[in-house]
Write a protein that binds this ligand. Sequence first.
Ligand code: CA
Ligand code: CA
Length: 313
Amino acid sequence: MKAFPTNHLKLRGAALMAILWIVAILSIAVFSATQFLFIELESESNASSIFRAEQLADQGIALAAHPNTKQGDPLLTQQISDTESFFARISSEGERLNLNALLENPEDDRIVLDELFTRWGLRFDESQEVVDALIDWVDEDDEPTNSGAEKDLYLGLERTNQPFNRPFEVLEEAEMVYGFQRVIAANPDWKEAFTLMSSGALDLNEAPAELIVVACECGEAAAEQLVEIRNGFDGIRGTLDDEPFGDVETALQILAVPTGFEERISARVSVKDEAKRLVSVGRFGTIAVERIVTVQYTGDRGEIRQWKTRRVE
Ligand SMILES: [Ca+2]
Ligand SMILES: [Ca+2]
């Protein structure tokens, strides 16, 4: 019997190995392609779920934006099916401190910021330094306020064209102000306390007790009492049983603002803000999307000032 030459055997063996390799590589490729397909299908269904959740959130916004819809109206909460729902609420931009308004008359109003940052954990002198720098960021001159920060200081940090010497256009801009990192470190959610879109005054019918304390230079117990009265029997703000104050004077009496202080303090507060903040969460299955829309009303006419969307739990 004629034996196969060894070389021939070797060649066949090599060819077999090569085929096995190709099969292995192909199966990996097929496997990966299938995986890609799955991921793509999954993200596509995810995108359509997000889209549906956004549509639901918008239904809430549309209802909340109507000038006749009242806070806490049952229409604002709707379960449409087992998997679809929205929950909307109406509040005002005046529930927050207006950073630009407080820096407009620093002599009268800086105390509000000095106190707020101190409450968040800064030493009073640190707090004052940051507020000095905030004042300098928006005032037109190049003269530092006390231990503030003007052009020369920023130039020393190789930051040209700063400060901007004009009011803040977006809240994030405050993070560029010299020393403001201290505030961020003390309260990473600092932006929740501020707005740039209110009428300027803090709305006593909407604001949390902490902001009332600093804006009205009053005690904590008095501010909490005011919140309790205004929120009504259920203790929740923005529901139908709320008892909003009709005028600033009545509210300031409850806060026991000392005589002589009323004029200065009443300039900082209001009982109504025409800039409404509408918040609506749309849910589709496990996906939830929140729309936050600021509408400036002039009579019945509303103009959208800001439109934000974010995923929530
Ligand atoms: Ca300046
Ligand atoms: Ca200055």
